[in-house]
Design a protein around this ligand. Structure first.
Ligand code: FE2
Ligand code: FE2
Length: 310
């Protein structure tokens, strides 16, 4: 399947939902990318097909569904995302992505729900995600958002926090904010995305220091940013994270995907070593990353141009 063909919504549904029971995971991800662009163009049926995927048992796939819904700017996704956040039996990584997606959609009407989970969810990863989503929605509707000058980002993703204003460009200063536990999480994320947008070798080194953070959510976002940057300079730090069996699956998964985006001849054999990892989300990340690599090597340009995943 390639991105330029015109498949019907029924074909995309059959592929995403694995109706035959024989669709490889990577093909399902590709169907999701196609559904995403339909959903972004206002096709609510595509949003519903993505929503039907939450009945699956792969946390990796489901967290990607939530991420994609947040990137569509289509408010038809809101009820589904709220339901996922409220489903406490759901995998925390999937619930996290649903809360983040509500923030990405800037859904003011979800503030009450997000505030509830920010105060009361037993899991730190959910509380912190809700904190960020609340702040993002407030920021988007603030005076500051209209007055700040932000550097135009090379990345098309809607992020959990905007970068810091462009006049803040000193890597050392940003690194201090990044790791300062006394600074609100939203501001530390803003420093993170500012460092990403600077993207210099110094900025990459500064971001690596974020892997020492006590918050798994924070560490997974550092790995996500490295996936976007795709700078081989971050590869040794990402490999260390992936190899650390004591690290959270959510963080190791993001490190695997980032290595898949870096895709040098050195990192791909490393990923092969994780195809049988004890953690399902890590195994599946390695499978999808290696598949993407194959596509890029076979010069399927349209697939290589697909945006970064969550
Ligand atoms: Fe995430
Ligand atoms: Fe992810």
């Amino acid at each position: 399947m390639s991105a330029d063909q015109t498949e019907s919504i029924d074909e995309l549904r059959a592929c995403l939902l694995n109706e035959s029971g024989k669709v490889p995971l990577a093909h399902r991800f590709r169907a999701l990318f196609l559904l995403k662009s339909l959903g972004r163009d206002g096709d609510n049926e595509a949003i519903d097909v993505i929503g039907a995927g939450f009945r699956d048992d792969s946390a990796l796939l489901k967290h990607e569904l939530a991420y994609v819904l947040g990137q569509t700017k289509n408010m038809h996704a809101v009820p589904t995302l709220r339901g996922v956040l409220q489903d406490v039996a759901e995998d925390p990584m999937v619930r996290h992505e649903a809360a983040e997606a509500l923030g990405a959609l800037g859904d003011v009407d979800s503030l009450e729900l997000l505030t509830d989970y920010f105060h009361n969810d037993p899991l730190e990863v959910i509380r912190q995600t809700c904190e960020l989503a609340i702040e993002r929605i407030k920021w988007e509707n603030s005076k500051a958002a209209k007055e700040e000058t932000l550097q135009e980002s090379a990345f098309s993703s809607i992020d959990p926090a905007p970068p810091m204003p462009s006049e803040i460009a000193q890597v050392q200063k940003l690194q201090e904010i990044l790791v300062d536990q006394a600074v609100p999480l939203f501001e530390r994320y803003r420093a993170m995305f500012r460092l990403r947008d600077l993207g210099t070798p110094d900025a990459v080194d500064a971001l690596i220091t974020g892997f020492d953070d006590p918050s798994a959510l924070f560490r997974h976002e550092i790995a996500y940013v490295f996936g976007q940057l795709s700078d081989p300079r971050s590869a040794p730090a990402l490999i260390k994270v992936l190899q650390n069996g004591a690290e959270e699956g959510m963080v190791r998964h993001e490190a695997a995907e980032a290595l898949g985006s870096i895709a040098t001849d050195e990192v791909m054999p490393v990923l092969q070593g994780f195809l049988n990892d004890k953690e399902r989300v890590v195994r599946e990340s390695a499978i999808v990353a290696l598949d993407m690599y194959e596509y890029e090597r076979s010069e399927e340009a349209e697939y290589a141009a697909l945006p970064a995943t969550a």
